[in-house]
Design a protein around this ligand. Structure first.
Ligand code: GRF
Length: 193
């Protein structure tokens, strides 16, 4: 694959949990062909597993949350500005960012969601998909707006729901697809647009 010729875009990843998408994005970012450099990871949850991984990889980490999330946003904005972050990737981040915050990043905040949006916004997607006997499910990378799991779709991958799927098996298969489409969506946004 060609190496990326421009300057890599300083990127932050926001997580709340396991951070397997973050790990995958970090691996992607380390490739010569990748347009991003992950230099900052934020979590609203101190014990998020992904933070440990980021720390071990010498990436700057922050975890703080104020009861009024807008105060955390202000603190975040200051750090993001200082670090010249131009792209934010949400990966299992469980807070809704305000309009004001998103405006500062003008179309450069991405999220990954484990369903074929606009269907199944919110939590427990896999169980709801099974309960409704859907034939297909999948995952979506989209631009973030202040409305939950809305915003322009950048990439989507559809997979067949198997007869014997459980929420767990479906989640596992969809996660594998998430690892493929998130980097592709970033390339689409930053390189091929
Ligand atoms: C993923 O399924 C993602 O689509 C959703 O949250 C989950 C995060 O998983 N937004 P991980 O923390 O990246 O393992």
């Amino acid at each position: 694959m060609k190496s990326f010729s421009g300057k890599k875009v300083n990127t932050a990843v926001f997580i709340s949990g396991t951070g397997s998408n973050f790990k995958n994005l970090l691996n992607f970012s380390l490739k010569k062909s990748s347009p991003i450099k992950i230099i900052f990871v934020y979590s609203n949850f101190k014990k998020a597993k992904g933070l440990k991984y980021a720390k071990n990889n010498k990436i700057l980490i922050y975890s703080f949350v104020n009861k009024k999330f807008n105060l955390s946003e202000n603190k975040l904005l200051k750090i993001l500005n200082k670090k010249k972050i131009k792209l934010i990737c949400l990966a299992g981040f469980m807070k809704i960012l305000s309009k004001r915050f998103l405006k500062k990043f003008n179309g450069c905040v991405l999220n990954i969601h484990p369903s074929l949006l606009p269907k199944y916004k919110g939590l427990n997607t896999h169980q709801r998909v099974l309960d409704n006997r859907e034939k297909y499910s999948g995952c979506t990378v989209h631009l973030v707006t202040s409305k939950l799991d809305s915003g322009k779709i950048i990439l989507q991958k559809k997979i067949k729901v198997k007869k014997n799927d459980s929420a767990r098996s479906l989640k596992r298969r969809i996660l594998k697809e998430e690892y493929k489409i998130y980097p592709k969506a970033i390339n689409k946004l930053l390189v091929n647009y």
